[in-house]
Design a protein around this ligand. Structure first.
Ligand code: NDP
Ligand code: 2IT
Length: 445
């Protein structure tokens, strides 16, 4: 049996209860066969067996008290997956669907995404099954303080640097940072996505969404096309979705729909992103309220319906597996010719196969959404030298990083992929080659 299949079978048998982790390992390892053929020494070094086991998983309880005085207990985790090319780096997710398997999938993806940025950061992810929705600021603060009461001993600027993800934005990062400082008496770059007043970087808020659009635009330019007039669906209405929509619109695209987990809005003349921002960033309201400000727009219950709308380009920016085979088929039947993934692993393996068979442009998340963590790494650099760069400087670095990702991913696609547009293989191989070299150089660890 070939080496990749052997390791995949072991992972599937051992972690049968972690479907998202099996999904990402299947996707990544499945595209590494041509690399294994060229590097037989990797099998002897048990490189893939080591790659799929996290270096460490920290799992802890998070007790907290709500405003009525009632006690609650949530589960907290930090998956420190790989430190081959730098300190563990990756976000924290607070969402009721969080469990160890989901965080293993996210941390595994993060290893390769972080490698693609070209910056020295390893892969990690953490979070809790705590649901910030419907909680007061006071309750969120109490939860964050309790979460940090355990996490602080496992992180540090040269060890592990968490950031935001679903349910963790600037409010949560602020409370987490305050508690870290109180517990350690240290003022350092231990978290990214911090407020500008206490060591945050300009452009970090926008970076993931902007990066998605810079990469989309880079690919279109190489294909002799542009964003001008393209009709785009952006799913989600959180941090990634808002800034992807804003930048795509600025570059001439028409955003026709966005959603939250309750339903989607369709605004055929172009979504007013400022209204979404007001609803989501300032009021923490539901997207259904959008139609009060834009009476010509439609609201539909159920977020999956968003994929039944005709569009040119889809930017899924909500969550994993939001595009299943049915959604992929409706997108294809309705003329969609490009999918660029802002969320982590938003397409199922079946949806990815459908896109590949149809021959549309498909850009996998680990390349497309790498701009967020790339600017986090720039925040770490600024913190370590005690400087704060201008918006323009960070934005220009972000554009360069996304252009480099395109160059490396498409070169690896041409050399190792099924064709020059096989960005899935391109991204996985380009990312893996650096990680594997670092692992081989560092011996059996
Ligand atoms: P936010 O919490 O800011 O927004 C998430 C959005 O997705 C909300 O609109 C939310 O709707 C929707 N959503 C979340 N979970 C589900 C679900 N299970 N079903 C349907 N809709 C859902 O998160 P981000 O924008 O930060 O993250 C979005 C995606 O991008 C995630 O996959 C994340 O891992 C990825 N990502 C984020 C980066 C960052 O810098 N923030 C960097 C790279 C990737 P509702 O409010 O109703 O829950
Ligand atoms: O998935 C991701 O890349 C993030 N949530 C951002 C991680 C980070 O450290 O900025």
């Amino acid at each position: 049996m070939d080496y990749v299949n052997h390791v995949l079978d072991e992972v599937k048998a051992r972690y049968f209860y972690e479907p998202e982790f099996i999904q990402t390992v299947t996707e990544v390892l499945g595209s590494l066969r041509p690399v294994m053929d060229r590097h037989p020494e990797y099998q002897k070094a048990k490189l893939l067996e080591r790659l799929v086991e996290p270096e460490r998983i920290i799992s802890f309880r998070v007790p907290w008290r709500d405003e009525k005085g009632e006690y609650h207990v949530n589960r907290g985790y930090r998956v420190q997956f790989s430190s081959s090319i730098g300190p563990y780096k990756g976000g924290l997710r607070f969402h009721p669907t969080v469990n160890q398997g989901v965080l293993k999938f996210l941390a595994f993806e993060q290893i390769f995404k972080n490698s693609l940025t070209g910056l020295p950061i390893g892969g990690g992810k953490g979070g809790s099954d705590f649901d910030p929705k419907g909680k007061s600021d006071e309750e969120v603060m109490r939860f964050c303080q309790s979460f940090m009461n355990e996490l602080y001993r496992h992180i540090g600027p040269g060890v592990d640097v968490p950031a935001g993800d679903i349910g963790v934005g600037s409010r949560e990062i602020g409370y987490l940072y305050g508690q870290f400082k109180r517990l350690t008496a240290q003022y350092c770059g231990v978290l990214t996505g911090k407020g500008l007043a206490y060591g945050g970087s300009l452009t970090r808020t926008e970076a993931t969404g902007y990066g998605v659009v810079y990469l989309t635009n880079e690919i279109l330019t190489h294909k002799g096309k542009s964003l001008q007039g393209q009709r785009i669906i952006v799913s989600g209405s959180g941090n990634v979705a808002i800034y992807a929509a804003q930048k795509a619109q600025e570059m001439g695209a028409v955003i026709i729909a966005m959603c939250d987990s309750d339903g989607y809005i369709y605004d055929k003349d172009g979504v007013d992103v400022a209204v979404i921002q007001e609803l989501k960033e300032h009021r923490r309201a539901r997207i259904r309220e959008y139609v009060a400000a834009r009476p010509k727009a439609e609201y539909h219950e159920g977020f999956r319906g968003i994929w039944t709308l005709p569009c040119d380009i889809a930017l899924p920016c909500a969550t994993q597996n939001e595009i299943d085979l049915d959604a992929a088929q409706s997108l294809l039947n309705n003329g969609c010719w490009m999918v660029c993934e802002g969320a982590n692993m938003p397409s199922t393996l079946e949806a990815m196969s459908a896109f590949e068979e149809a021959g549309i442009l498909f850009v996998p998340s680990k390349a497309a959404n790498a701009g967020g963590v790339a600017v986090s790494a720039l925040e770490m650099s600024q913190n370590s030298v005690g400087l704060a760069w201008s918006f323009e400087k960070v934005d220009n670095r972000l554009r360069e990083i996304m252009a480099n990702i395109y160059a490396n991913m498409s070169a690896a696609a041409a050399e190792y992929g099924k064709n020059e547009n096989d960005y899935v293989t391109g991204a996985n191989v380009a990312a893996f080659l650096k990680v594997s070299e670092a692992m081989m150089d560092q011996g059996l660890v």
